[in-house]
Design a binder for this molecule. Structure first.
Ligand code: ZN
Length: 356
């Protein structure tokens, strides 16, 4: 069997190494991403094997071959550097892979298939960092303790005079507590609904005053959005909120810093059904049951549009997840339980049997 010329063999080794490095970086990146929907996208990380032309029998190693080898080396090194950069520049990847509806902050278009609440920036995670999360101010929480079969239901964009009470009725029927991230001006308009949320044992969090894209605002405007909402919530229920969720999950260092300075913990999510886009009750149920895991923070909406499907999906969601062994906790409880280690060795088995 005829062997390939030396230059072609070197090219293959270099390119294979480069692709393996990029793929490995990408896999690490996918592993350390914390959003469930991104983990589904990880299937697209597979890189096609490079194509090599068949070696020409008897071809000699010429000067042209050396030049070509040098070009390949330079290109390979450049590609490898880009692969490494991909591991750390989260925002650039996100901008290329996601869709945000920034022009409709409260009432969103139903023709867009991707969730409006898509985080635009997450902390840079390197393989040496634990994925999540000692709860601390200034660092967003995406999910809770992965060793405990507990889930946090969260509802955004309320209070809504029509749907919030329906959500509360379902929660009360199943004796489930949830966390509501309320919009400031709606809190001012409907303080009684906020009090109802709070009096039923739920937690009320801050979702900005007018649901803007905070990353487009100045630091002082961001501060005003958060501070005014906290004041409105405190006026409504007598308790200052300690949790904050940026609209669309959109944040940058300024948003995090302002939230930190105002004493609220930024909370994101890692399981979303895209219920705001009215995909259908069965789709909402399927997506949540598919994404859910120990410690999951589930994103749903009780305001910002027609939430009839969300309300209709809730009983099935709650009863199914309870039958699977999950319990429902508020975000503060989820944070408290981050420090709890699992007393059972069979947690991973539980996870394996509860995923569908
Ligand atoms: Zn929202």
């Amino acid at each position: 069997m005829e062997r390939a010329p030396t230059s072609n063999r070197a090219e293959r080794i270099l390119i294979c190494y480069t692709h393996a490095k990029i793929k490995r970086n990408f896999e690490l990146y996918c592993i350390f991403r914390v959003r469930t929907d991104f983990r589904k996208e990880a299937g697209t990380c597979n890189m096609a094997a490079p194509h090599f032309p068949a070696p020409v029998p008897g071809q000699r190693h010429t000067g042209l071959g050396k030049q070509r080898t040098m070009i390949v080396i330079i290109l390979s090194a450049t590609i490898a550097m880009l692969g490494s950069i991909t591991l750390t520049t989260d925002a650039s990847w996100h901008n290329a892979s996601s869709h945000r509806t920034t022009s409709t902050p409260v009432s969103r278009s139903t023709s867009v298939a991707t969730p409006a609440h898509t985080p635009t920036l997450k902390p840079t995670l390197t393989p040496t960092q634990a994925p999540v999360h000692t709860p601390q101010l200034g660092y967003p929480l995406f999910y809770g303790n992965s060793h405990l079969p507990e889930i946090a239901l969260t509802f955004d964009d309320g209070p809504n005079p029509y749907y919030t009470s329906q959500v509360l009725a379902v929660l009360q029927h199943y004796k489930v507590k949830a966390t509501f991230f309320d919009v400031g001006y709606l809190v001012a308009d409907y303080p009684n609904i906020v009090r109802q949320e709070y009096n039923q044992g739920n937690v009320v969090g801050n979702h900005s005053w007018s649901h803007p894209e905070l990353t487009l605002l100045s630091a002082s405007a961001i501060r005003s959005q958060i501070a005014s909402t906290s004041t409105a919530i405190q006026t409504a229920i007598g308790v200052k909120p300690t949790l904050f969720r940026p609209p669309y999950g959109s944040m940058n260092h300024t948003v995090l810093a302002e939230a930190y300075s105002l004493g609220v913990t930024t909370v994101l999510w890692d399981a979303s059904a895209g219920d705001w886009s009215l995909p259908g009750v069965s789709v909402i149920v399927y997506r949540i049951l598919h994404y859910v895991h120990n410690g999951a923070i589930i994103l749903l909406h009780d305001g910002g549009g027609n939430r009839a499907q969300t309300v209709a999906a809730l009983p099935t969601l709650i009863s199914t997840l309870e039958n699977q062994g999950f319990s429902f906790v508020t975000i503060p409880q989820l944070i408290d339980d981050l420090a709890t280690s699992s007393p059972h060795s069979g947690v991973s088995k539980h996870r394996a049997t509860t995923r569908i």
